[in-house]
Design a protein around this ligand. Sequence first.
Ligand code: SF4
Ligand code: SF4
Length: 343
Amino acid sequence: MELILDCGDYSLNSSLAPSFISSLYESLGSGAWVKVAGKLGGRLRLEQRGRRLIIISTAEISRAELEHIAILETGLWHEEFERGIGRLPAGFREAAEALAETYPGVRIPIAPWDFEHILMAVLLSKRASYEIVRRWCRRLWEMFQGDLRMLASAKPTALRRITRSYQLLDAVRSMRDLMRIVEEPRRIREEIIERFGAPREPLSSYILCMPPEAARVILLSAWGIGPKVADSTILSTFKAPHFIPCDVHLRKFITRLSLAEDFKMPEKSLCKRFLCNSEPALGLDPCPSRRCLRAILRPLGELGGWMQTLIYLHGKECCRSMKPRCDKCSLRRLCASSTSFQD
Ligand code: SF4
Ligand code: SF4
């Protein structure tokens, strides 16, 4: 089956490449990607030709279902984020304009049906480059045929055939610990259980049925899942573009452009007890931290995850930790730090 969508100024490459959804895809070059794992793995191909997106699938599903999957996994479910730039606070607005011009057409792909795959890819990315993570994921998906329950019970000897890096052992430990929550519901906040019932199998369906803010609190109750992992997983599996994974690229960018001062990074001990909001909701009190970066960035609203993605792209391309390429940077006129990096 083949579908063709008019995608306007959207960019499939720029949207998929920085997203954890791409751990389930292989790039064929020249704007074409095939899905190799997860839902429709081996049976879905996406290709952009100019302003047209071509979706091809050999799966026996209806056109409406295929379109639904493709729209979510490409990020086309959300209108162009660029339209909201005018509503951003001063300082962020100018930075967003310059970033959007440099990295046009970026949206936020999501794949709720591949929740466990995405969580695994995000866990593996702790202190590892995304290129390496994609390589590990490819081998993991092949070896465990996408059965992450099998992966969670795998012996270290089997895992070492993929990599001897600690990230894989830690990721499997986190997955196992998260799955154990079904037997130990007392580990998650009573308020969540009162509202949504006790955790049940499959855990991913239970998590996906609740608002993203509550899902965040559950994910954070597991060993090795911190705010960045929880936020990246939710950004890639829920319609929650206001979720902002606070990573090193974001911290560096905010500091270098002096967009916030004296801020702190999110703290797991607070995130798993409080709601990351300024008002109470879901029976949970709002977090008391006022200097937390995620709280400071709340006014970005729906553009938060998109801006974080552009900042990630810019961190890889230009604003590197060591020797940033300020001479080639489109944000140079906005950046107080540019001169400090000149030879
Ligand atoms: S404001 Fe509080 S809950 Fe939100 S990320 Fe920061 S520490 Fe966590
Ligand atoms: S001018 Fe340099 S430090 Fe500033 S954002 Fe650009 S690359 Fe980063």
